[in-house]
Design a protein around this ligand. Structure first.
Ligand code: FES
Length: 319
């Protein structure tokens, strides 16, 4: 949009969702980016006088840092602690770009440890280790404690906002990182706001967020559930059978939904929100990769579901 107004942005190519703005009035050519009454400002064109709104967010900065901790949370998820040389303000749910010296940037969502702890001068992030991941496969070998890191951010529009109505949080894999940050912020800032939290993985042993779900339940969240798509029957340990999408409640226009994790799951949640008129916030994380449209991702999700109901890849962006 070219009205001389600075709007927070990152990729400028329609990939990262950082520049999503709300249209209150006027005509805007959304160029296929409309979600509810929002569009991506880096792609849309104003075709008449228009009234738009965007949230004020911390300005992105670059901060030098050191890797201070690597801890396995499950067979495939690692928790990294990154000590910052100065603070880097961000909103719960936003993401940052981290470059370990000698390695390319990767997007990670700062969060708290699964027990809720964290310090102002450190970032806690979750990384899914992939055997052929350029960065993740080197954690603990080519990238060790003491490795230099450059952190750039924050970015993203899927951050916690105060509001009315129910808040519904859905995550798979390392998508738990932003969702956990948002859930805690909401419990502290609006403890009486109704919340539903659904976290999923393929296998029970990859549900590394179960202690966090227990904390949410202790603070009064009545629906804070873990699901495993690889389970064929209820195993008696409070894990539900199926995909997270099997357990999303019937949505309504007053709901605010955050979804993070598997891109096909996120697309399915976005489609459910669109049908219900609910507000949906989700960041794609994979700013460096070309991504298919929501419709194509949704179609691929539905096709996979039809072909193999047991498959639920939890591939996260943080590799
Ligand atoms: S800056 Fe518009 S989508 Fe990334």
């Amino acid at each position: 949009m070219g009205a001389g107004v600075f709007i927070p942005h990152d990729c400028s190519t329609g990939q990262c969702d950082t520049c999503r703005v709300r249209i209150y009035d006027g005509s805007v050519d959304d160029r296929g980016t409309r979600r509810g009454d929002t569009v991506l400002a880096c792609q849309a064109r104003v075709v008449s006088d228009a009234v738009i709104e965007f949230d004020s967010v911390p300005e992105p900065i670059k901060v030098s840092a050191i890797l201070t901790g690597i801890k396995p949370l499950s067979s495939e998820i690692l928790e990294l602690s990154i000590g910052l040389q100065r603070s880097l303000p961000f909103l719960p749910g936003q993401y940052v770009k981290c470059s370990f010296a000698g390695f390319p940037y990767r997007d990670y969502s700062p969060t708290q440890r699964v027990d809720g702890t964290g310090a102002i001068d450190e970032l806690i992030v979750h990384v899914r280790r992939l055997r052929d991941g350029v960065v993740s496969s080197r954690l603990g070998t080519g990238i060790r404690i003491g490795h230099k890191v450059t952190v750039h951010g924050p970015f993203g529009s899927a951050f916690h906002r105060m509001g009315e109505g129910r808040i519904v949080l859905v995550a798979t894999g390392t998508g738990w990182a932003p969702v956990w940050a948002i859930a805690r912020a909401s419990r502290f800032r609006q403890p009486s706001r109704e919340m539903v939290v659904i976290a999923g993985a393929r296998a029970v042993e990859d549900l590394y967020m179960r202690d966090s779900l227990a904390w949410l339940a202790d603070t009064g969240v009545r629906t804070a559930i873990a699901t495993a798509s690889g389970l064929s029957h209820q195993d008696g340990n409070a894990v539900m059978v199926g995909r997270v999408t099997d357990h999303v409640p019937v949505l309504n226009a007053a709901d605010t939904v955050y979804a993070a994790g598997n891109p096909s799951m996120v697309a399915a949640i976005q489609a459910l929100c669109q049908m219900a008129g609910a507000t949906c916030h989700s960041d794609p994380f994979t700013a460096s990769q070309a991504k298919p449209s929501i419709r194509r991702r949704l179609l691929s999700f539905l096709r996979r579901e039809a072909a193999d109901p047991a498959s639920n890849p939890t591939a996260g962006p943080h590799t």
